[in-house]
Design a protein around this ligand. Sequence first.
Ligand code: PSU
Ligand code: MN
Length: 335
Amino acid sequence: MTVHHRQATDPGEAGRPGHDWQARPQGPDGFAVAEEVAAALADGRPVVALESTIFAHGFPHPRNGELAAEMRAAVRDAGAVPAVIAVADGRLQVGAGQDLVDRLCAPGAARKASRRDLAMHLAGGSLAATTVAATAWAAARCGIAVFATGGIGGVHRHLDGAPPAFPDLSGDLPALADTPIAVISAGAKSILDLPATMEALEAFGVPVVGYRTAEFPAFHAADSGIALPCTVAEIGELAGVVRAQRLLALPAAVLVVQPPPEGVRIAMAELDGWIAAALARAAAEGIAGPAVTPFLLAEMDRLSGGRTTATNAALAVANAGLGGALAVALAAQPQ
Ligand code: PSU
Ligand code: MN
């Protein structure tokens, strides 16, 4: 492991998990945990949570349903059980099957639920896809140690004029601050303000660990120019960091980042034009709140002739695979 600019410390013998959210294989109240997932959790076998907003709001139909199947397959290939999380039928569903995934993927069918939206969608019986914030929280609550996604939400850029009194800051950031789970991502999208996002992660106490990269990836691109505090080269080292975080009973997630696979990376210079155009259109159309991220992703897809979506799919599948490998390593040598 390379700890940049800091002295490496030995976490020592891993102890008991410090946080007081016990694994509850049957699921806490308000949850419906799929039998396969519940059985794996009860046996201490590896499970990887997957978010549903990436399918319902991040990809065009029908590519979204295919991606869901590919991500689940990548988790299985690594030796772990996938658990897609969503809100349906008045419950937090953990381990959604293809039927529910298909319902979520139908155009316009699902709402978007960040952590603060969960109660209203549960109470209202809505069909809702969970964001990074909501998925991480639900997974940790069920005792799932690893969650894989594409990119996390962050601090949105703002265009011209005076900055808003409070930035458009994704609920993902404060959720990562107090949700003990490992989150695998390709960083945050280059449509965001990446330096501000990294500052926020630091302020919120979220460790960011590069898997085979010393730079914070910019989602479609490998290079943001932002140096990471810590890099690991092997799964065992990564598992060591996650165990140390638990040993210390720290409340935050461990954010694991890896760049998109080599063949599908897009140069920042090429992305910049699409980003500027997408942001300008969002501003002109008055897009705000939770609609911003889905709008920008769809615009980038259109402007790039589908290239950003292809990159997004490839990195999401790669992250699911890395999540599976990490879950296997953690399960092999539990606390
Ligand atoms: N990044 C992507 N695709 C996505 C998202 C992020 O590449 O679909 C979704 C995730 O669910 C993330 C959410 O949690 O967007 C962030 O939205 P907001 O900025 O409104 O919190
Ligand atoms: Mn927002």
